[in-house]
Ligand binder design. Structure first.
Ligand code: ATP
Length: 327
């Protein structure tokens, strides 16, 4: 376990700025962030691509640590970051900006007493949205679950990522129709697999403009370290919890459920209520049954995890004691 160390220091979101920067946040490292060889390796690959000027995309099933990793990597870039969550109601204007009202000014020129000149100027007001702000100021964008937005809403990224230019149609009339992307602008995307509910298939042209790093569930050691760090449970009991959840993934109908979130949830209950991670502790038994059966897909009987199945796995785990994990 010594290879897995907690990343020291402050909270992930250290500072929230306001004003012109449209909600950029200053990111710092988190006390609870766990780094392990697996986490370090993927972080280094992502940073290498970002530093070379590419956008990075973490794709993978739910609960594989994509969002947490995106924040961690963005923090290493040392720039303010803007967070966006994919949303099927987004249109491009939600990302790049929109007209907002009308600015009217009236000039009365009575410099020469006998001549009164009236000039009226009208101009639509433009409000930058988050992508435009990030492009102008060279901030980083974390676009979480970007494929929950309709593909056409994400079209502004096509020219940003290939030509370094953001096309802002609303500003065309006043000679500002294009924003040159600041050289320090970077984008980190995350996505869930296309077969998930509420997720759109991404246009190939956009995928072609980013470097995709597929994430899977972390190795056992990393999952134990994260579970212990997020719950406050000791490593030995966190290991039992993680073994149960991993066994459930490998023996159950869905290799992606339950996730690390279930390990963290069981571990938190155990940390709060106390007792060992064994069949002899009713807290461990009922929390495992409740949390693992919740983690099966709601409304779907196929792949559902029954209490009887959880009990069966608990007995298997008990039978090996502290011996090598079953999975
Ligand atoms: N390196 C890490 N250190 C500490 N906690 C972590 C780490 N990686 C993941 N976690 C924790 O694991 C859980 C799942 O991680 P996260 O939300 O990043 O996954 P995700 O892949 O983005 O999930 P989803 O696709 O469902 O949004 C969270 O509670 C998160 O805090």
């Amino acid at each position: 376990m010594s290879a897995v160390a907690a990343f020291p220091s402050r909270d992930p979101i250290a500072d929230e700025s306001s004003g012109d920067d449209h909600g950029s946040i200053a990111l710092g490292p988190s006390n609870a962030f766990v780094t392990s060889p697996a986490v370090q390796e993927i972080t280094e690959r992502a940073l290498a691509y970002l530093e070379a000027g590419y956008a990075v995309h973490f794709s993978g099933p739910a609960g594989t640590g994509k969002t947490t990793l995106a924040f961690h990597v963005a923090a290493q870039l040392g720039r303010p970051a803007i967070l966006l969550h994919g949303d099927h109601e987004f249109g491009s204007s939600d990302l790049i900006g929109r007209e907002s009202g009308y600015h009217k000014s009236r000039v009365v020129d009575n410099y020469i007493a006998s001549v009164v000149k009236l000039e009226e100027e009208g101009r639509a007001l433009w409000i930058d949205n988050r992508i435009t702000t990030a492009c102008r100021l060279g901030h980083s964008i974390i676009y979480d679950e970007f494929n929950r937005s309709k593909p056409e809403a994400n079209n502004p990224f096509l020219s940003i990522l290939s030509e370094g230019v953001l096309n802002v149609p609303g500003l065309h009339g006043r000679g500002e129709g294009y924003v040159n992307v600041h050289p320090r602008f970077r984008a980190i995307f995350t996505s869930n697999p296309a077969e998930y509910a509420g997720v759109y298939r991404t246009q190939d042209a956009l995928l072609d403009r980013m470097i995709t790093l597929p994430l899977d569930h972390y190795d056992r050691e990393t999952e134990i370290a994260i579970t212990a760090s997020k719950s406050g449970l000791d490593m030995a009991r966190a290991a039992r919890v993680v073994d149960l959840v991993r066994l459930c993934r490998s023996e159950g109908a869905d290799p992606h459920h339950p996730t690390l979130r279930a390990s963290i949830a069981i571990a938190r209950v155990l940390a709060a209520r106390g007792g060992e991670a064994s069949l002899r502790n009713s807290v461990f038994v009922w929390s495992s049954r409740d949390i693992l059966s919740q983690s099966s897909k709601p409304g779907k009987s196929e792949g559902a995890i029954s209490s009887a199945f959880v009990d069966f796995l608990l007995r298997r785990l008990e039978s090996v004691g502290d011996a090598a994990p079953l999975n």
